[in-house]
Design a protein around this ligand. Structure first.
Ligand SMILES: Cc1ncc(COP(=O)(O)O)c(C=O)c1O
Length: 400
């Protein structure tokens, strides 16, 4: 009898965590490494949010909370959905989890039976297929390549749907590509879903607030209200409010599904950290100027990185609408040799040799299901980004 669960055979460790780990190890050995692998804002959590947490501790808000979240946070979430997305979710139709990650995971756990299919556009966030696998479902990957701005076409979605499709997993702006769908692009996808009543929509809106220029964010149940009864709208405070360590994510959806997720969470972690929940109340209800200020900074960094990467030989870097990632193609460098004689055969070779030669840590695209590309997180200072891009230009120029 095997000691470890068979489900583990289906799960891979996170490539993004592995890259951060490798960069840390090299740094510890004294190498000058610039890590562009991390998926978190480099800003500090706003002071008003920190103060709300400290106040909560002083008031003694340090006990177990209701499994689905404190009423004040569920009310704030309900109002957020109304105010920002035009969505009516009553507080009892919301659930708070320990990060968006737990909310996604429990939604799959609550709904997937063996054989159920989940459509995942590629490139995708590394955790999606692993969560589906752990919960016994089957991921169906559909390419959303560089030629369509890393966006899924309605035809590709239509072709991927079968009678076994349970979920369509939608993520805009996307990790890893930064691509975000306009209202019309999303409407073209929801039109397809209207023809397939068995398919539910799980939308991961984690990067909602990080869109640039005059781009307007849209979410499926808002674009197609007829999908409301089969949509789970997931969001969180991690990225918008620089609160990755506080571990608060949330969702709004049909009551029956929320109740099922509540039951699973009740036998699992119970309510999220009480103090972090009070901090999240302040993040959602308090002043929002933090978001605007940081958006402007991220946009400047995006433009810098896209500009410099497109000057690197063999690199093609589209300018994405949102998030804090770019997803350049390194196709033009496949088959080339490093000065040491190593042939770059895959995007994984590209990132390994780049780290070796220039000490720049990025994540290979094949980890996100679409290559040859690599992902750069620009959630770091302009000075670091400029230096990293200069090194990437030098590395690409050295290949022959
Ligand atoms: C697309 C996407 N969804 C969800 C999450 C999870 O966020 P959280 O920190 O709230 O668990 C991340 C974090 O990297 C992400 O990139």
């Amino acid at each position: 009898m095997a000691f470890l669960a068979a489900a583990l055979d289906r799960v891979k460790p996170s490539a993004t965590i592995a890259v951060s780990q490798k960069a840390r190890e090299l740094k510890a050995k004294g190498r000058d490494v610039i890590g562009l692998g991390a998926g978190e804002p480099d800003f500090d959590t706003p002071d008003n949010v920190k103060e709300a947490a400290i106040d909560a501790i002083r008031r003694g808000e340090t006990k177990y909370t209701p499994v689905a979240g404190i009423p004040q946070l569920r009310e704030a979430i309900s109002q957020k959905f109304k105010r920002e997305n035009g969505l009516d979710y009553k507080p009892e139709q919301t659930i708070v989890g320990t990060g968006g990650k737990q909310v996604l995971f429990n939604a799959f756990m609550a709904t997937l039976n063996p054989g159920d299919e989940v459509i995942i556009p590629a490139p995708y966030w590394v955790s999606y297929p692993e969560m589906v696998a752990i919960c016994g479902g089957t991921s169906v990957f559909v390419e959303a390549g560089i030629s369509t701005g890393f966006k899924l076409t309605p035809e590709a979605l239509e072709n991927a749907i079968t009678e076994k499709t349970k979920w369509f997993l939608f993520n805009s702006p996307s990790n890893p590509s930064g691509a975000a769908y306009t209202h019309d692009e999303l409407k073209a996808l929801t039109d397809v879903l209207m023809r397939h009543p068995q398919v539910w929509v799980m939308t991961d809106d984690m990067y909602e607030h990080l869109v640039y220029g005059d781009f307007t964010f849209a979410t499926p149940a808002q674009v197609e209200p007829a999908l409301y009864d089969r949509t789970l709208t997931i969001n969180g405070v991690s990225k918008a409010y620089a609160m990755t360590g506080w571990r608060i994510g949330y969702a709004g959806g049909p009551l029956e599904l929320i109740k099922a997720m509540d039951m699973i969470q009740g036998q699992q972690t119970s309510g999220a950290c009480s103090i972090a929940q009070w901090a999240a109340v302040e993040a959602l209800n308090g002043p929002q100027d933090f978001i605007q200020k940081n958006k402007a900074i991220f946009q400047g960094r995006r433009d810098l990185v896209v500009g410099m990467l497109n000057q690197a030989r063999g690199i093609d870097c589209p300018s994405p609408e949102g998030a804090f990632y770019v997803y350049p193609s390194c196709k033009g460098l496949i088959g080339k040799k490093t000065p040491g004689g190593k042939v770059i055969e895959t995007d994984q070779d590209f990132v390994t040799e780049l780290l070796e030669a220039e000490g720049v840590a990025v994540v290979h695209g094949s980890a996100f299901g679409l290559g040859p590309n690599f992902r750069i997180s620009y959630a770091t200072s302009e000075a670091q980004l400029e230096e990293a891009c200069t090194r990437i230009q030098r590395f690409c120029g050295s290949l022959d």
